[in-house]
Design a protein around this ligand. Structure first.
Ligand SMILES: Nc1ncnc2c1ncn2[C@@H]1O[C@H](COP(=O)(O)OP(=O)(O)O)[C@@H](O)[C@H]1O
Ligand SMILES: [Mg+2]
Length: 380
């Protein structure tokens, strides 16, 4: 029986995972090189060491019965050090696919899930070829380590492809057609060791400066696209023999097509509203799936919910923000315990629940306008 769960990574996703796990009586041991990381604040123990420190990993493995992780860029060698001693979920193959945009796109395509047109860029020859056959404008993305729009450059015309590639350090990249988006959404899927599946969403996502700003439930997508998104996420999880929580992000195009964009082998920012809006949150689903508890039946606890991210630039007046949100009914504030409010850094989020989506939208619009004078809600 699992009593103690190990967690690689110390960010806010880890913190919310640890909160869900400790509520169910588990001990959580966090392994992260960052002192005072958010996850450590909610965990039983923190091993503060580098992911390449095999001795520390060995010690970590003796303290827990299962290991999971909260970000995908953990070196594969850490898995290799742990796996002889303790099971690690999600499985290594899923992490390998999710770590690399090119592999991800090839994987989606191999399952018959549509993606935006793309061209691998690894050599000078690839550059020449992409200039001839690519479409512009497009977006050049590094295959590895990008997040929140980092590692991406817009390429307006073939002539600037080479210089943009150089700006990204000539790393392996994919050049991706810039899609005319009508919206974006995500589906979160949890899969247990016995193949049991739990689906969340789709959630409609609005980004600002490539960073998630708001997620909304229920989705405004038409029914056929909703079931297409859910089926795609379920297929990906099943084919990967996945164990844990996986998020798949989609683009919705002007001509009504759903394209898979990327996936993450962990709970996702767009699923934070599940904490209050569902009977079982994405984090509890992760706890249940990696520790072999039944996934159970999930259900929404509210008719509608909107999650809004709070970034570093949004909280010069932290006390003012907190005390205003405390007065709002059915509004749930999460602050991640990060000390430095840098621009673009995710400091927290809040979720507003209600019975009717229009009413929730209106309340969120008022709150955000008052808090940081934003127009909110409709995307920009
Ligand atoms: N091919 C594209 N066409 C249009 N918009 C895009 C495209 N790729 C990315 N974007 C926009 O940038 C955001 C972030 O890009 P994404 O590929 O999801 O990378 P990450 O989330 O890792 O930074 C997307 O959610 C979307 O709003
Ligand atoms: Mg993304």
């Amino acid at each position: 029986m699992v009593e103690s769960i190990g967690l690689l990574g110390g960010g806010q996703l880890g913190k919310m995972f640890a909160q869900a796990a400790t509520r169910l009586g588990f001990e959580v041991v966090v392994f992260s090189p960052e002192p005072n990381c958010p996850a450590a604040q909610a965990s039983t123990e923190h091993i503060c060491a580098e992911y390449t420190d095999t001795e520390a990993l060995r010690e970590f493995a003796t303290k827990v019965q299962v290991v999971t992780y909260e970000f995908e860029n953990i070196p594969v060698t850490a898995f290799e050090s742990l796996e002889p001693f303790v099971p690690v979920y999600p499985p290594k193959e899923a992490q390998r696919v999710c770590q690399n945009r090119l592999r991800e796109k090839e994987y989606f395509s191999s399952l018959g899930i549509p993606v935006a047109r793309y061209w691998p860029i690894e050599t000078e020859n690839d550059l020449k070829n992409a200039c001839l056959v690519g479409v512009f404008p497009s977006i050049l993305k590094t295959c590895e380590s990008g997040y929140d729009g980092k590692g991406q450059r817009e390429v307006r015309e073939p002539n600037s492809l080479e210089s943009e590639w150089k700006t990204l350090g000539c790393k392996p990249c994919v050049l991706e057609e810039k899609v005319k988006l009508t919206s974006e959404c995500s589906v979160i899927v949890a899969r247990g060791r016995d193949g049991e599946i739990q689906l969340f969403g789709p959630f409609d996502n609005v980004h600002r400066n490539h960073i998630l700003y708001q997620s909304t439930f229920p989705s405004a997508l038409e029914r056929t696209l909703v079931s297409e998104a859910l089926q795609a996420a379920e297929k990906i999880a099943s084919k990967l023999a996945y164990v844990g929580v996986l998020c798949v992000e989609f683009f919705v195009t002007g001509d009504g097509k759903l394209l898979a964009n990327e996936m993450a082998p962990r709970p996702h920012n767009s699923g934070h509203l599940t904490i209050e809006a569902f009977g079982i949150s994405q984090f509890e689903a992760q706890v249940r799936s990696v520790s072999q508890l039944p996934l159970g039946r999930n259900y929404p606890r509210a008719g509608a919910a909107i999650m809004t991210n709070i970034l570093g630039e949004d909280i010069p007046d932290r006390e003012g923000l907190v005390s205003k949100l405390m007065l709002e009914p059915n509004t749930f504030l999460h602050l991640y315990g990060k000390k430095e409010p840098r621009t673009g850094r995710k400091m927290g989020h809040f979720t507003v629940l209600g019975e009717d989506l229009n009413e929730v939208k209106e309340r969120v619009r008022k709150i955000t306008k008052e808090l940081w004078n934003a127009s909110s809600g409709e995307g920009d």
